[in-house]
Write a protein that binds this ligand. Sequence first.
Ligand code: THU
Length: 137
Amino acid sequence: MLKESELFSAAMTARLHAYAPWSHFRVGAAVQMASGSIYAGCNVENASFSLTCCAERVAIFQAIAAGETQLVGVVVITDTQPAASPCGACRQVLYEFGPDAEILMADLEGIQRRARLRDLLPGGFGPEDLRRGQKPL
Ligand code: THU
């Protein structure tokens, strides 16, 4: 069961901490892992722009650092109409930990739309592809 309102509030709180002095585009994200635990993140920009990290990746990396690897759901919050969906790089990073995860896209009022990660990243490349390529020792 996705804890939608907890995910939403965790992402809203993290969004308050977005470090976005260059784009002024503040993003909050929260992930729910198989244990039920929730981890949040915000975007962290850098004067060397390409080093910026999106909110979704900050959130999933927090989960991994806490020892959780099975992703079940994500909320991403932007102050836009329509609510933004995760960028391609974040889709790929999230896919590693839960191709079937549910992605909930929200604005400041609440969740506006939802999709399965595998539908947002059709034909995605993941751990299974590497396993298939492994030769026996
Ligand atoms: N951003 C995210 O945090 N998540 C996304 O899925 C898309 C973009 C951030 C990165 C950057 O700080 C700002 O939004 C503008 O691209």
